[in-house]
Design a binder for this molecule. Structure first.
Ligand SMILES: CC(=O)N[C@H]1[C@@H](OP(=O)(O)OP(=O)(O)OC[C@H]2O[C@@H](n3ccc(=O)[nH]c3=O)[C@H](O)[C@@H]2O)O[C@H](CO)[C@@H](O)[C@@H]1O[C@H](C)C(=O)N[C@@H](C)C(=O)N[C@H](CCC(=O)O)C(=O)O
Ligand SMILES: Nc1ncnc2c1ncn2[C@@H]1O[C@H](COP(=O)(O)OP(=O)(O)OP(=O)(O)O)[C@@H](O)[C@H]1O
Length: 490
């Protein structure tokens, strides 16, 4: 494809020039991956600046460069105002607008994105669809899986994935859309049919600064719904029990399908019964009412099931298929996942890493035990530090005993993070201790637990690493807990 053809969609590029007739064989944002014929797009990152690697890119054979700031180059350079957004448009054009070829559902919100996406993926598969899934745990292209380091990958990776999905005949895609992705334009140009808003509570303030900005980033997904290459129905699915959900309902131009428990919504749940290993409720929808029995526990998972149902019925998926899927779906990796070695006390691993998620999950745990409730929890480094005391307070208020420990300290000192968490407590708060080493913290909780007690190990969920000083070391809460249980039982 010619560089000129890639640029024609971009309003901020001056008229096509003769030397833009150069042939482009691939697009790269990482100089280390440039091949002869690549278009190298310079992105200003958080660690370094792509503009610094132009020489390396040209030495490797880059055919042209996209840049924001003046650079010296022996190959044609196109200057743009915002190279991240240019990347989204160019990648979309290069891969031939892949999202115009299949229906796309986008899920956003502070909590529940992964769970709702997994539920929808299973529902659509049971409906006979060949699905693609993009999200925090992994990316799925039909039946093959790819590792990921972001909830929503950058536009290049994203459009490549979509193209692969199109090429193998995927006919339904579900995608988690993070607020970072929306703000950075990673999902710019994606052609959504349905977008879902789960909830909004405190998170990511290191990036968005305040909750209103965070909300405005989320709302971009809903304004994007109107921009489309192909026609067809466009819907927003919104949780109106959430105060930001109500705002979003007012702001959204496309038809909205609402869901909720505490107010009158299009898709609702009542008669909710929560048990240790199952949830039962009555699901009311505009197309009928059915009883749902699911292995997912906690009121927050009822919300997740409502969100998935609302999106699925928009696609005319029969309620029986939704009901059957919700009945059999096991826990989602690292989301309220039990570690069961036949021990006399319960152990749950959960990805709760926001104050609200921790509150929900601890309240659910409380309902599941008559014994003592232990909570092992830490807070990530290089992320919103204002969450730290809030998380610590939820842990000591809702659990009987909390053990504060490390959770991906990244470039920060893990001891200082724990200090940030516990600095709010005076001498009257005594139901906690701090153990820096996460393995030892989990072992200690297992050591304390007696018959009928419950341990919640929160924060890392499905993760299989601990990130310390910029390096990832193998670490899996589920394996550490399992080994601690087996050692204790011997
Ligand atoms: C803060 C942030 O968003 N960082 C993302 C960003 O990395 P970065 O800004 O550090 O990039 P950088 O290392 O400075 O490099 C800048 C540019 O120079 C280029 N480069 C670099 C070195 C070199 O030798 N040659 C070269 O060309 C790089 O390829 C890049 O284009 O670009 C990377 C590639 O796309 C992302 O993986 C990375 O996400 C990191 C892993 C991250 O943690 N992001 C978080 C904040 C995030 O995005 N989270 C959200 C939400 C999660 C949630 O809801 O919980 C998500 O969607 O994941
Ligand atoms: N609807 C919900 N409301 C509140 N908390 C929830 C909800 N769903 C899940 N949670 C809690 O949040 C945790 C993360 O859930 P999930 O992975 O589905 O959310 P997410 O939005 O994908 O999170 P992230 O953006 O961090 O990847 C769960 O382990 C659970 O503790």
């Amino acid at each position: 494809m010619k560089l000129n053809d890639l640029l024609f969609k971009m309003p901020f590029v001056s008229s096509p020039a003769e030397d833009f007739e150069v042939e482009i064989s691939s697009i790269e944002t990482d100089s280390r991956k440039v091949k002869p014929g690549s278009l190298f797009i310079c992105i200003k990152g958080h660690q370094t600046d792509g503009h610094l690697y132009v020489q390396e890119a040209t030495q490797k054979g880059a055919a042209a460069i996209i840049a924001e700031t003046e650079i010296e180059s022996s190959v044609p350079v196109v200057y743009v105002k915002d190279s991240s957004r240019a990347l989204a448009i160019i990648a979309n054009t290069f891969y031939d607008y892949p999202t115009a070829n299949f229906p796309l559902i986008g899920v956003t919100g502070t909590n529940g994105k992964t769970t709702v996406s997994y539920l929808l993926d299973s529902i659509y598969q049971n409906f006979g669809k060949n699905t693609g899934l993009i999200g925090t745990i992994q990316n799925k292209v039909g039946n093959s899986y790819r590792e990921t380091s972001n909830t929503t990958p950058d536009a290049l990776v994203l459009q490549r994935l979509f193209r692969e999905m199109k090429d193998i005949g995927v006919d339904q895609v579900i995608m988690e859309v993070s607020s970072h992705a929306l703000d950075l334009g990673r999902a710019y140009g994606c052609d959504f049919n349905t977008v879902i808003f789960t909830n909004l509570t405190q998170d990511h303030l290191d990036y968005h600064h305040d909750e209103v900005n965070y909300f405005l980033a989320k709302s971009l997904l809903f304004s994007q719904l109107g921009n489309s290459y192909h026609h067809g129905s466009k819907y927003a699915v919104i949780n109106i029990d959430d105060k930001y959900g109500k705002n979003l309902q007012q702001m959204t131009a496309q038809p909205v399908v609402t869901y909720g428990i505490n107010c009158s919504a299009d898709v609702m749940a009542d008669d909710i019964q929560l048990f240790a290993n199952k949830t039962i409720f009555r699901l009311k929808t505009p197309v009928g009412t059915v009883k749902i029995t699911s292995r997912l526990t906690g009121i927050f998972n009822v919300y997740n099931m409502l969100a998935a149902t609302a999106a699925a019925i928009l696609d005319h998926i029969p309620l029986e298929i939704i009901q059957d899927t919700l009945k059999v779906i096991p826990s989602i990796p690292g989301r309220f996942e039990a570690v069961d070695e036949g021990q006399s006390f319960g152990v749950i691993v959960d990805y709760a890493h926001t104050p609200n998620a921790l509150q929900n999950v601890l309240e659910t745990c409380r309902g599941l035990t008559t014994g003592r409730l232990y909570c092992v929890i830490g807070c990530g480094g290089d992320r919103d530090p204002s969450k730290r005391p809030l998380m610590a307070k939820e842990a000591v208020n809702l659990a009987d005993y909390a053990i504060f420990t490390s959770d991906n300290p990244r470039t920060e000192d893990p001891a200082a993070i724990i200090e940030d968490m516990i600095q709010v407590f005076d001498d009257n708060v005594t139901n906690y201790e701090s153990i820096l080493d996460r393995k030892k913290a989990i072992e200690k909780a297992v050591f304390y637990a007696e018959e009928g007690d419950l341990i919640l190990i929160a924060g890392k969920g499905h993760e299989t690493y601990q990130e310390v000083s910029g390096k990832k070391y193998p670490f899996d809460d589920r394996i550490v807990a399992k080994n601690a249980i087996l050692t204790k039982e011997i």
